[in-house]
Design a protein around this ligand. Structure first.
Ligand code: F6P
Length: 329
């Protein structure tokens, strides 16, 4: 990329994640530190099509570091899926004098970024999703806060499950990935965790685990289900049919996406935002900023989209081993 970047645009797209604002702030402040102007595009790729923007000065992003959600709003744009929509987005870039775009989101956002880069607009991506399912990075902004939110909710559930000696089936988000469910399951000492990456043997993975736990002295049980592994309501019904207990089902839902980002998300978002703009300032683009082995890396978007991240199944084994009844297996 030869052209010096004078004005960049920043947008958030896909499901929001705690820490997106921290990333926006870092992008804006790093841009100004490099003598660049910064424009915020509202409502993700859709805003680039409809020219929905706001000028962002250093002070425009004051006091947002601690705020959940995204001040830029977010959306999943159907229009951007078509060539016609993307050409409109390119026209907006030309009209507003946007030399490069920083796109904050997950894989869907980065597929959009790749298409835009193919039309000649330099793009850098920053991974932010509570699902932690982006292949090119160990970590995505928002994951840790979402885990903590889910843990806090489940700890509360445990109090009442323990008092009534009940079984709780809790569904957590994660789309097609089980990262959120497994990390949360370990952290709350779940009786069983169901994730899409491990084919569920209902008898062995759920029923026998409840029975073993009961035989070992437990009187309440916590089953964590990743949304991608199936419906908690259905699992609840099946448990009742199989062993006659009447589980209470909780779908945590979008509550997991809200709230003030924790230290890890604020710090990671700030570093990623900084390095995204530094890459542009130093003439590099069309890459995703990721973390690997604790350090920041830049991966070409096309390559990044091919990369797969596997759920660490040793963690699944660890989760099982922690159960009171596990020695009996
Ligand atoms: O990708 C983030 C996520 O929260 C997923 O965990 C979930 O499946 C999805 O978004 C929900 O999307 P929506 O906000 O459109 O309901």
């Amino acid at each position: 990329m030869d052209k010096k970047i004078k004005r960049i645009a920043v947008l958030t797209s896909g499901g929001d994640a705690p820490g997106m604002n921290a990333a926006v702030r870092a992008v804006v402040r790093t841009a100004h530190a490099n003598g660049m102007e910064c424009i915020g595009i509202r409502r993700g790729w859709q805003g680039l099509i409809t020219s929905d923007f706001t000028t962002l000065q250093r002070e425009s992003v004051g006091h947002i570091l601690n705020r959940g959600g995204t001040i830029l709003y977010t959306a999943r744009s159907e229009d951007f899926m078509s060539e016609k929509g993307r050409l409109k987005a390119v026209a907006t870039c030309k009209m507003l004098g946007i030399d490069a775009v920083v796109a904050i989101g997950g894989d869907g956002t980065f597929r959009g970024a790749l298409e835009l880069s193919r039309l000649g607009v330099p793009v850098v991506g920053i991974p932010a999703t509570i699902d932690n399912d982006v292949g090119c990075t160990n970590y995505t902004i928002g994951f840790d806060t979402a885990c903590n939110t889910a843990i806090e909710c489940i700890d509360r559930l445990r109090d009442t499950m323990q008092s009534h000696e009940r079984c709780s089936v809790v569904e957590v988000m994660g789309r097609n990935a089980g990262f959120l469910a497994l990390y949360v399951g370990i952290a709350v000492g779940a009786t069983a965790v169901l994730v899409p990456e491990h084919e569920t043997d209902f008898q062995k993975d759920v029923i026998e685990r409840i029975q073993e736990s009961r035989l070992a002295g437990n009187t309440h049980f916590m089953i964590v289900v990743a949304e991608g592994a199936g419906s908690a309501v259905e699992f609840g019904k099946k448990i009742e049919e199989a062993i006659g207990i009447s589980p209470r089902v909780t779908v945590l839902g979008h509550i997991q996406r809200g709230g003030s980002p924790n230290a890890r998300d604020r710090e990671t978002a700030t570093r990623m935002g900084y390095y995204a703009v530094q890459a542009l300032a130093e003439g590099r683009s069309n890459c995703i900023i990721g973390t690997q082995e604790g350090g920041i890396v830049e991966i070409p978007i096309e390559e990044a989209l091919q990369m797969k991240k596997h759920l660490q199944m040793d963690r699944y084994k660890i989760m099982e081993t922690m159960q009171l009844g596990s020695a009996m297996r």
